[in-house]
Design a protein around this ligand. Structure first.
Ligand SMILES: *[C@@H]1O[C@H](CO)[C@@H](O)[C@H](O)[C@H]1NC(C)=O
Ligand SMILES: *[C@@H]1O[C@H](CO)[C@@H](O)[C@H](O)[C@H]1NC(C)=O
Ligand SMILES: *[C@@H]1O[C@H](CO)[C@@H](O)[C@H](O)[C@H]1NC(C)=O
Length: 488
């Protein structure tokens, strides 16, 4: 066939380099703004086309293992939302470094690439740097289409990075990853049986604070408010009484709806809708401005009225008795890696032109979550129970570990216990080693663990919020390591 490149070989070669194909040659990151030292591992980032006709491209960032890249397993990490970017996870949770306020990168001692080769993928298209040239791709994202694109990505990835073909493969994620991870695993099992030549060696899944059964997870939120003394008992009970918890998004989103004056309940909703809204508004007033993702975390006040930080600064500089508290608060708010402002620092970093150039991203206004993708995401899928998918994966021999930060107020441990009890009631799993503490690598109680046969385990992470690796990085790496070695 006539090929213009055979005529203009030199030019085409140049074009390829500039334009950037998918794979290790074009996507190697050769330098990164803010790095203070040379990295002890290789990393790659760029776009993979998952639907050429639509021009649909997913952005990935792949960090090789710091231990033994040629032997360590391959792990995919997916943040949730839906609509949130896995680069948020990379830069503020379990990646090798975290941007500071001034744009430098702090190394993360507990990065997950200490134990595995980790792919961070932004999906579905529209999230982060991922995009489609066909705007209608953004109209109706849902679990099936999202999983299909991830499988297409993985097949292409294993062709381009062919030394990882056949490597033990695991999928991990958090929050709405409670849908993304099992539905992607199921799509892989189906893909493997239809295309044995392109099989992906999926061994297991690891899901954290996983949105799984709306009614169970939302009931868990109320149990958490009551258990941690955040609301009056009567107010919590009113939410259970007046709201249909099975027909609600995570309660936070409904509460934001209350604040914004939006009607987020479905059409034909129960007659008590107004009472439900009133009950949600009441608990919202009672909890106040705490961080529902991590109920003992401070809020980031960098965007707060300036007089607030100015006040703290003045107090910190004074000899007032509370100056130490003020200094501590300022430090935690503004400077510390993994503090409450980490996401703001990550966002600023990923929006620097020098950074976008270095990681081969198109010029983009990057944000942690694309709330339009979130709003357009299939409500039916959002509310669908993942119990049947878990049953399918158990039958298919896929190992599942469910972990849970135990001070999350969004998709809390209480809710996870509710839906695991439901899975037990189906007969799919049964307790073999009951609830007991586990010791982390600092020999403290890291949380509590229950085993349900060889294929299913539940492990809590004590003192962790919704984003477990960001508040308990050591324990999160312990969980990953044990999950990979099958020693939970
Ligand atoms: C940036 O912040 C980090 C961590 O707070 C600090 O170690 C570093 O010295 C700062 N760099 C500059 C150029 O200010
Ligand atoms: C969401 O869907 C509507 C149509 O249902 C579309 O007009 C809009 O562009 C979509 N949102 C985004 C972010 O594309
Ligand atoms: C609550 O919502 C679920 C899911 O939409 C629905 O099946 C159920 O009938 C609703 N319950 C009541 C009492 O309206």
């Amino acid at each position: 066939m006539w090929n213009i490149c055979s005529v203009l070989a030199v030019l085409c070669g140049v074009f390829e380099v500039v334009h950037g194909e998918f794979g290790p040659h074009s996507d190697l990151i050769t330098s990164l703004p803010g790095l203070q030292s040379t990295l002890p591992f290789k990393q790659y980032s760029g776009y993979a086309t998952v639907a050429a006709a639509n021009g649909r491209n997913l952005f990935y960032w792949f960090v090789e293992s710091q231990s033994s890249p040629s032997d360590d397993p391959l792990v995919l990490w997916l943040n949730g939302g839906p609509g949130c970017s896995s680069l948020g996870g990379l830069t503020s949770e379990n990646g090798p470094f975290q941007p500071t306020r001034n744009g430098s990168l702090d190394m993360n001692e507990f990065s997950w690439n200490k134990a595995a080769n980790v792919i961070y993928l932004e999906s579905p298209s529209g999230v982060g740097f991922s995009y489609s040239n066909t705007k209608s791709d953004y109209d109706n994202p849902g679990d099936a289409s999202t999983a299909k694109d991830v499988v297409t990505f993985l097949v292409e990835f294993l062709k381009a990075y062919d030394q990882f073909k056949g490597r033990d493969f695991f999928i991990s994620g958090e929050s709405y990853g409670g849908h993304y991870v099992p539905t992607t695993a199921k799509a892989i099992v189906e893909h493997n049986s239809a295309n044995p030549g392109e099989a992906i060696n999926l061994k297991g899944i690891l899901i954290g604070n996983a949105w799984t059964v709306a009614g169970d997870d939302n009931l868990g939120v109320v149990q958490t408010w009551l258990g941690y003394n955040l609301v009056r008992e009567a107010s919590g009970n009113d939410v259970v009484k007046y709201c249909n918890l099975s027909n609600m998004l995570p309660i936070l989103e409904e509460r934001m709806g209350v604040r914004l004056g939006l009607d987020l309940l479905a059409e034909g909703e129960v007659a008590s809708e107004a009472q439900c809204q009133a009950a949600l508004a009441q608990v919202s007033r009672e909890t106040g401005n705490i961080d529902p993702y991590d109920i003992y975390q401070l809020m980031c006040l960098e965007d707060a009225p300036r007089h607030r930080t100015a006040f703290l600064q003045k107090m910190a500089d004074s000899d007032a008795p509370l100056r130490f508290h003020a200094r501590n608060a300022l430090r935690r708010m503004q400077l510390e890696a993994n503090g409450p402002c980490q996401m703001e620092h990550s966002q600023a970093y990923l929006n620097m032109k020098t950074v976008q150039d270095a990681i081969h991203a198109k010029p983009t206004r990057w944000s942690e979550c694309n709330m339009q993708i979130n709003a357009n995401y299939s409500r039916v899928d959002f509310l669908a129970s993942m119990i049947p998918v878990h049953q399918y994966l158990l039958k298919s021999g896929i190992r599942t570990v469910v972990y849970s930060g135990d001070i999350d107020g969004i998709v809390p441990t209480h809710g996870t216990r509710n839906w695991i009890a439901r899975l037990v009631a189906t007969g799919a799993i049964a307790v073999t080693k009951p609830w007991r503490p586990w010791a982390d690598s600092a020999t403290q109680v890291g949380g509590f663990v229950t085993n349900y046969g060889a294929q299913f385990s539940f492990i809590t992470v004590h003192g962790a919020g919704h984003m477990v690796p960001s508040t308990q990085p050591l324990r999160a790496l312990d969980v990953l390591t044990r999950f990979l070695k099958n020693t939970i």
